[in-house]
Design a protein around this ligand. Sequence first.
Ligand code: FAD
Ligand code: NAI
Length: 476
Amino acid sequence: MAQRYDVIVIGAGPAGYIAAIRAAQLGFKVACVEKWRNPDGKMALGGTCLNVGCIPSKALLASSEQFENASRHLHEHGIVAKGVAVDVAKMVARKDAIVQKMAKGIEFLFRKNKIDWLKGHGRFAGSADGFHRIEVSDGGEVDLNEARNVILATGSKARHLEGVTVDNALVCDNEGALAFDSVPKRLGVIGAGVIGLELGSVWRRLGSQVTILEAMPEFLAACDESVSKACWTIFTEQGLDIRMGVAIGRIKPAKKGVAVEYKDADGKAHKLAFDRLIVSVGRVPNTDDLGLEKVGLSIDARGFIEVDDLCRTGVPGIFAIGDVVRGPMLAHKGEDEGVMVAELIAGQKPHIDYNTIPWVIYTAPEIAWVGKTEGQLKAEKRAYRAGQFPFAVNGRALGTGETDGFVKMLVDSQTDEILGVHIVASSASDLVTEAVVAMEFKASAEDIARVCHPHPSLSEVVREAALATAKRALNM
Ligand code: FAD
Ligand code: NAI
């Protein structure tokens, strides 16, 4: 006899586990299927984000930034620090401890909300009488479950290059790149996207000579042009050797490490040798062996499960959220979709404004933005005004020594409504939230300009950028 639930979620990454919790809060009987196994053989909740994504990468970014500050910048504050050294094993162990603590936290939340964790691989076995059947297996017996509502939250995995074996020792995707046992002298990175820049920065700060090879001719093409230009200068001055417009050729083991052949933008052939290589060329949705055909579901040309704005598939009672569906592959986007779908199942009327989902790249300085870029507004032929203000003249930034960057605000010329905010700053990830809230409330630049901001604080630069859209910045 199959175990019967109101809601079964497949996948316990940020999209799935949040959907499960919200559904349980709304009074449903909920199960969540998860098969993740860490290298130590233990099963874990949390998905890519917690185990090999957002959380471990941010832990290593923080540790490596501490090292860089201690070894290069403390003297600016009149502090003498000698003999600063890196203990990679301890740094990686600290990261692992944070991950384990958070994974236990999700297990606690599941117990608290009476959510059953069905351990193993979940797949559809068909539908009958308004129930969708889900088989769960972990190598042994198959456990049968059914629910009126199923939420697919199976996430994504690293895209690999054809003919290049990722062994996560010499040639790594994100999983191996977060667990190096030593600092490679020469590190190669393929792809100057989010992972390439974040993990490239981690290992550069710890002493690697980092070369990033990127296929596209434009650096950070998704960002506002002022941001990409400023960050190109900042990152290359920090020591990242970024080569744009390359065509990657053969990648093969060398005497020591790995050899990468590529052609530059002018077609000239090059060969580089690295001690380790990170391949970070995007991610692909996880839809393997889900039994989609058993319930009449299919995937689109790019491999995503097709959904509408409310994450409904074409089959009643089946929803899909997070990285396995269209939209940015971001943890907070998946979480919001999880909440939305649970509330939809409960008969509520939730919605997500995809235009106000913020982006953050956790380099130093960080890059964060929400809404439209200047390039997008021009393409839409929308009349806009721009205001930009630098951190270099902000008292708090001078005090902390983090003066790189600016806030740029784009507003509608007629209504003054905020259309986009682009930030390069040491704590851009936190500063951008003010812009997100403002845009959710359809605020104008004048609204931000009239709000009292604490002094001295980095947030004053957000207000100055708002004032600058009307050419009335006060401190410049
Ligand atoms: P996932 O987190 O991928 O979880 C899916 C889960 O489903 C997995 O646990 C998987 O085991 C399970 N699963 C799949 N198929 C089945 C099945 N058939 N049966 C049972 N279980 C199954 N995003 C940010 O917003 N901020 C960041 O700072 C950030 N940093 C990142 C850093 C790195 C290195 C990487 C790789 C990604 C990062 N991301 C970040 C992206 C973020 O990790 C993803 O957007 C997020 O994890 C997607 O959540 P999800 O729940 O859709 O999928
Ligand atoms: P990405 O899409 O950000 O960047 C991949 C880069 O690789 C692109 O610039 C692309 O042009 C390049 N590329 C593709 N094929 C190539 C080839 N053959 N040769 C050279 N370059 C090539 O993908 P990335 O960095 O792998 O990250 C995956 C996703 O994970 C991100 O898009 C993002 O959604 C998520 N993520 C989010 C983070 C955050 O929010 N801070 C951090 C890390 C990942």
